[in-house]
Design a protein around this ligand. Structure first.
Ligand code: CP
Length: 326
């Protein structure tokens, strides 16, 4: 194959990938292939470079994003808004649906049908599992999930995986340890599913009542992932390349006594980090409560704020791709 043919094939592949994202809903990481991931990560690299060089562009000038959030958010809401604005587009911010007609009893289908009349893409956070799929069925414009209940948070999964690449240069053959509320943590569910597309050794660290749902664990094992469970992070930190810490999700507990019993199960401290590899990534989707001590923040292995920034580049790439402009 001549270099020319190579170039044509690469360009062709990129065009195919772009075509496959155009107009598409993003509701679960299960919809992605490895080629999709490579494509989004390549475009995210370009978005990072663009922001560092010039700050913004007019790629999505004239396009509007409706940011529809039925649950609290800092990062996802702000990074989607920033992503759209850095691409020259604008947003309809609905943060706190009590001030929208949802408080008058309007249904999710009617709400998204309405916003689809004004916006070109809808980003939805909702407390119920499957809400994004419902919204996608009723919306004439692409719907991107910003997290639905204890189900999935697909764009967070993408930015988490992108961060592992950015921090360690690879994903295959890594020992990835997930710590905390693996039952309710939707970011864990999305990232674990993405990791099952790679050759990864996965260690799950949680109290018994916060274990990863059995069905998802089986899905990972069936996909060929090596999975083990423990309740002691100190026993596994030294062999981990990635430690992905999560908050115990107070808002998902019906019994507050149960929450109180597990809320302080883990804290990553400088003493614990002293046993970790010299080259590893300590990650957290944020917000943190007290799972990572503030004294760890200056450790060069603490990747959580870089991880958060990566979210904007991933979301810029997704918006451009879904709107056919990547
Ligand atoms: N990681 C994440 O989803 O953060 P927010 O809840 O602040 O959006």
């Amino acid at each position: 194959m001549t270099p020319d043919t190579n170039v044509r094939k690469t360009v062709g592949l990129a065009a195919d990938r772009q075509q496959s994202f155009y107009g598409r809903d993003i509701v679960s990481v299960r919809q992605f292939t490895r080629d999709d991931l490579n494509y989004i990560f390549t475009v995210s690299d370009e978005m990072r470079s663009l922001v560092h060089r010039v700050g913004a562009t007019d790629l999505l000038k004239g396009h509007i994003l409706a940011n529809l959030f039925y649950e609290p958010s800092t990062r996802t809401f702000a990074s989607f808004a920033a992503a759209m604005q850095r691409l020259g587009g604008s947003t309809i911010p609905i943060h706190g649906v009590q001030y929208s007609s949802v408080s008058k009893g309007e249904s999710l289908p009617d709400t998204v049908r309405s916003l689809a009349c004004y916006a070109d893409v809808i980003v939805l956070r909702h407390p119920e599992v499957g809400a994004s799929e419902v919204a996608a069925r009723y919306s004439s414009k692409p719907v991107i999930s910003a997290g639905d209940g204890v189900g999935e948070h697909p764009t967070q999964g993408l930015l988490d995986l992108y961060t592992i690449y950015a921090e360690l240069g690879t994903v295959d053959e890594l020992n990835v340890t997930m710590v905390g509320d693996l039952r309710n943590g939707r970011t864990v569910h999305s990232l674990a599913r993405l990791l099952s597309m790679y050759r990864v050794n996965l260690t799950l660290v949680s109290p018994a009542i916060l274990r990863l749902p059995a069905q998802l664990k089986q899905e990972l094992v069936d996909a060929g992932l090596s999975v083990r469970e423990t309740d002691r992070v100190e026993n596994v930190i030294s062999e981990s390349d990635v430690v992905y810490v999560t908050r115990v999700q107070r808002e998902r507990f019906e019994d507050m006594h149960e929450y109180e019993a597990v809320r302080d199960s883990y804290e990553i401290t400088p003493e614990l980090m002293a046993n970790a590899k010299e080259k590893m990534a300590l990650m957290h989707p944020l917000p943190r409560v007290n799972e990572i001590h503030y004294d760890v923040d200056d450790d060069p292995r603490a990747a959580y704020f870089r991880q958060m920034e990566n979210g904007m580049y991933i979301r810029m790439a997704l918006l451009a791709a879904v709107l056919g402009k990547a």
